[in-house]
Design a protein around this ligand. Structure first.
Ligand code: AMP
Length: 283
């Protein structure tokens, strides 16, 4: 694996590689890598001929400064994991490399995707996500971008970003990797005690409960009951449990039994914010 810290060197390398006509896959991450991240890498390795992973904890997407400060950093272990997966390139830029003094912040038009769910509870988050993904895509210009379904709303936002920028990158959404307990793997799980990890399984359980219980008609009582499951399991606070249109993420209060829908949840356990989602109409 080759490690680049500067945009110039990375671009020079990609340009030279592209001369032989190879396809490029890109896996952006914030590090503290786990098996979920590695499943994206594997998807890239099977789909493309050159896999580039980036590790960059993007300050622009943290609305809470203490969340940014506490974000886990495990770079040496990350490098070992990437090497064991035969990742070809690691891009590890500094903050000034990505956001130089003359960086021009753009404003992205994301409509309701930006203000609902995560957007409501983390104002500015998706502008920050678009900022960094737009920047990284313009540097790497990958044929394929790999994102995890775990961050479902992010996948919808980036689909919209790709459409708006017109960049020739295709998006592959990779299924959520879970612990045997059902808990979605997340870098933030590192901040949970073993006991909290047990309690955290309630988030997946509540979503599964919605999936097995939902019928055409009103959905409001389901979200409320699922929220109760989380609070009874020991969650301190539930930001939302929403049953929503799988594309626009608009809340569905009366389901016709046909429309593709997802259930999404976010809540705090011992001060750690966890999110998860499942499809209610697909696998
Ligand atoms: P992060 O480092 O949290 O920014 O995540 C980097 C990428 O890994 C994003 O596309 C995430 O959606 C994806 N990811 C994180 N956790 C998982 C998981 N448990 N399963 C699949 N993909 C994941």
């Amino acid at each position: 694996m080759i490690l680049f810290k500067t945009i110039n060197e990375l671009k020079k390398y990609i340009t030279a590689k592209r001369l032989s006509g190879i396809s490029v896959g890109f896996v952006p991450t914030m590090g503290a890598l786990h098996s979920g991240h590695l499943s994206l890498l594997r998807a890239s390795k099977t789909t493309t001929e050159l896999t580039i992973c980036s590790i960059f904890v993007n300050p622009a997407q943290f609305n809470d400064p203490s969340d940014y400060q506490q974000y886990p950093v495990t770079i040496e272990q990350d490098i070992r994991l990437l090497e064991s997966e035969n990742c070809d390139v690691l891009f590890l830029p500094s903050v000034p490399e990505i956001y130089p003094a003359d960086f021009q912040k753009k404003q992205y038009k994301l409509g309701a995707l930006e203000t609902s769910l995560e957007g409501e509870f983390r104002p500015g988050h998706f502008q920050g996500v678009c900022q960094v993904v737009d920047r990284l895509l313009s540097i790497v210009e990958p044929d394929w971008l790999f994102l995890g379904r775990k961050d479902y709303q992010q996948c919808m936002v980036i689909t919209e970003l790709i459409r708006q920028t017109g960049i020739h990158t295709r998006l592959q959404i990779v299924p959520t990797m879970r612990e045997a307990s059902g808990l979605a793997m997340s870098s933030r799980n590192l901040r949970l005690t073993a006991q909290d990890r047990e309690k955290a399984t309630a988030i997946y359980r509540s979503l599964q409960w919605i999936k097995t219980t939902i019928r055409p008609g009103t959905t409001l009582a389901l979200s409320e009951a699922a929220e109760k499951i989380l609070l009874e399991a020991g969650f301190d606070k539930v930001d939302y449990i929403s049953i929503a249109d799988a594309q626009s993420l608009e809340p569905i209060e009366n389901w016709d039994g046909q429309l593709p829908i997802v259930a999404l949840a976010a809540g705090f356990l011992s001060g750690v914010r966890l999110i998860d989602n499942i499809s209610l109409t697909g696998e």
